[in-house]
Write a new protein. Structure first.
Length: 87
């Protein structure tokens, strides 16, 4: 029997990409959606969708746009794994 995928959506509204002191950044809405699907084989597939909406004429730093490139997905997951407890 088919199962519906499990969805998680995170949204940041307001200043995007502020530094650790709470300054800088730009106005926008950043949305990340994860869709987890059980394959029935003990493995789970996931798809990540990211979108960024900014005011017309808004400027976005190039480093921010790199987060939307597929090659940076591995870097992202490596950085997250560094903060997870060991198994």
């Amino acid at each position: 029997m088919a199962q519906r995928p499990h969805l998680r959506t995170f949204q940041s509204i307001g200043k995007i990409a502020q530094n650790m002191y709470g300054t800088g950044g730009f106005d926008g809405i950043h949305t990340v959606t994860y869709e987890f699907t059980d394959t029935g084989t003990g493995e789970t597939l996931f798809r990540r969708t990211m979108s960024l909406r900014t005011p017309h004429g808004g400027r976005i730093n190039r480093e921010i746009l790199l987060a939307y490139e597929p090659v940076t997905t591995e870097w992202y997951h490596e950085a997250v794994a560094e903060h997870l407890p060991s198994r």
